[in-house]
Ligand binder design. Structure first.
Ligand code: GTP
Ligand code: SPV
Ligand code: MN
Length: 579
């Protein structure tokens, strides 16, 4: 196949000449093609078929050195280093291109080159953007089919728009020393070599829909964010759409498909998106969100009937599992799964407890969003959904209360900029280290955070109907390590307070860091919670917050003179009111 779009055809020809594949396959996105990809991977041993209880489910074991995003090998190659900012690794575009050209030369010899046209967002939405990923990985092609609107329809839109993000990917030799994820935002281009893992290899997701899109969004006046989008409907039929940014492996997928607790009969929760939101102001000044993705690449460990019945059900069929364990009867198994026992670990070795967890802590499922029992058809609405509240959050065993509300938009931007969270297994490196992760975008913002905060602040000049902003923390613990808040479905109780605040239906306690709930305003019916725990969850320790605000101040200073004065003023205000 070929395309009528000359620049796409020329680029594909150029990449084929560089990488020298044996075959070129243009993906049409059909179900037959998906099955062919699966059959091929079963043949060559890249996939293992799981047993009949998991219909059309497969296990992929990645190279043990290639199980998570690699932030130290991810670069933003803008022409000016300051445009990438201290939040990114930077390499000069010429140097990066020379390095990548060397790696890509002849790298697809003996392999098939897949050309994958995809559309991020509903095919007919003005907010959507297209891309083409060229890859030598059938695993990537199959995952892109589940994760994006991939194939003929996307190609037709590309031929109409004549604009697309170019993503070039090769697994290379999966050698960590020859692994780089490069972004050229000015050219709308991505080059990724040496990894087959999700965020490094499925280029539509973090590379395009966040790093490149955030850059485009700044120029065009919108936001590309690491946010879930969820619909909450009350028993009376009142609907609200919330967008929430939590760092990787901090609960977005779970919140986006939560199951109301038993005490909450009549409440309905539907999922628009679980990881990425593109936010635009409409003609009336209403902020609207689309989910650019069409599938979920979710954390497997921790998923079970109690924590997330929907996710558990969603991954019983037509799912690609990456790096989970299997039982003796070839069912997938992971930590906190409530049935079965592991026989073979994620590396393919006989399971032995002393070798660590059976499933990799960052093992993932890939599944079409339509399999989610709470999938909302509004995920396909070209106009997106109107957002009532923006929620930031992190994984903090101390300090951050269960929930608080920012005083206004500018204060909310400071709250977002100050987000800190314990690192997780979603990226290589140490787990459990608290680091700043502004707006949960530390690994994903394709430009200087100082400019990004300025872009966020600017929205208040453009609309008087902006969403309210909040911060949540589901992860407070006591001395013994026990979670103080039950989390998961019970998080609805907190979302209700957030909605009531948006609707001006409930008072709050004003503190220097923002508005907190009165304890009686969080509905705890049916919860076995100690009053003490709730008091801890809703307390603000001024001395510790002064330390926190000083540390946020030091962090902002790292960005030098580009930091907006307005943000520094907000910071000063909070610090002053802490006394
Ligand atoms: P990415 O896909 O990496 O962006 O992650 P995510 O933000 O979608 O995180 P996800 O919902 O997959 O949750 C990650 C881990 O946190 C899983 O092991 C969950 O079981 C756990 N988790 C999610 N929500 C809660 C919660 O409310 N409380 C507690 N204690 N754990 C949670
Ligand atoms: C994350 O790490 O935030 C993910 C998984 O959502 S990945 O697509 O690999 O980035
Ligand atoms: Mn994510």
């Amino acid at each position: 196949m070929t395309t009528s779009n000359e620049s796409l055809q020329a680029w594909v020809d150029e990449i084929a000449a560089l990488t020298k594949p044996d075959r070129i396959h243009w993906c049409d996105g059909s179900d037959d093609e998906y099955q062919d990809l699966i059959d091929h991977m079963l043949d060559i041993g890249d996939l293992i078929r799981l047993n009949e209880n998991f219909e059309n489910c497969y296990l992929h074991r990645s190279d043990p050195s290639d199980v998570a995003r690699v932030e130290h090998l991810t670069f933003v190659c803008s022409r000016d280093e300051d445009d990438a900012g201290p939040n990114n690794h930077w390499m000069a575009p010429d140097e990066a291109r020379a390095k990548m050209n060397g790696l890509f030369t002849g790298c697809m010899k003996g392999r098939t080159m897949y050309v994958i046209p995809y559309c991020m967002g509903p095919i007919d939405s003005p907010y959507s953007r297209c891309g083409v990923e060229i890859t030598d990985s059938a695993y990537v092609a199959a995952n892109m089919k589940l994760m994006t609107r991939m194939g003929d329809a996307a190609l037709a839109r590309i031929e109409k728009d004549d604009k697309f993000v170019r993503g070039l990917h090769s697994i290379g030799e999966l050698d960590p020393d020859r692994r780089f994820i490069m972004h050229f935002p000015e050219e709308l281009e991505i080059q990724s070599f040496g990894s087959g893992y999700g965020g490094n290899a499925l280029l539509g997701k973090k590379c395009h829909a966040l790093r490149i899109a955030s850059w485009q969004a700044r120029q065009e006046g919108w936001l590309a964010e690491h946010m879930l989008i969820v619909e909450i409907e009350s028993p009376e039929g009142e609907k609200h759409y919330l967008a929430a940014a939590f760092p990787s492996a901090c609960g977005k997928t779970n919140l986006a498909m939560l199951i109301p607790p038993e005490s909450h009969a009549g409440w309905k929760v539907r999922t628009i998106g679980d990881d990425i939101a593109w936010l635009h102001l409409d003609a009336n000044g209403q902020l609207r969100a689309i989910n650019p993705e069409a599938g979920y690449f979710g954390v497997v460990p921790g998923t079970n009937e109690q924590t997330n019945r929907n996710a558990n059900q969603m991954i019983q069929s037509d799912t690609i599992f990456t790096n989970v364990a299997v039982t003796a009867t070839n069912e997938p198994w992971w930590e906190d799964k409530t049935t079965g026992t592991p026989a073979i670990d994620w590396k393919g070795n006989p399971y032995a407890a002393e070798n660590g967890p059976a499933a990799h802590p960052n093992s993932r499922f890939t599944v079409s969003a339509q399999q989610n029992p709470t999938w909302s058809p509004l995920a396909d609405d070209p106009a997106g959904v109107p957002i009532s509240a923006i929620i930031f959050g992190g994984r903090r065993r101390e300090l951050a209360p269960l929930v608080y509300q920012a005083k206004d938009w500018a204060h909310g931007v400071l709250v977002g900029a100050g987000v800190a969270s314990e690192t997780t297994a979603a990226a290589t490196g140490k787990v459990g280290i608290v680091r700043r992760d502004p707006m949960a975008m530390k690994p994903f913002c394709g430009y200087n955070f100082a400019d990004y905060w300025g872009h966020w602040l600017g929205f208040s000049n453009r609309s008087e109907k902006l969403p309210q902003m909040f911060h949540v923390n589901w992860f407070r613990r006591d001395q013994s390590g026990r979670f103080l808040w039950p989390g998961f479905g019970d998080n609805l109780r907190v979302l209700r307070w957030i909605i009531d605040r948006c609707e001006n239906r409930v008072d709050a306690v004003e503190t220097p860091i923002g508005y907190l709930p009165r304890a009686e305003d969080i509905d705890v019916e049916g919860l076995q919670m100690e009053a003490n725990d709730m008091a801890t969850l809703l307390s603000v320790d001024a001395a510790k917050w002064r330390e926190e605000m000083n540390s946020i101040g030091e962090y902002l200073e790292e960005f030098g003179e580009r930091v907006p004065q307005k943000l520094l003023q907000e910071h000063r205000k909070v610090l002053d009111s802490l006394g």
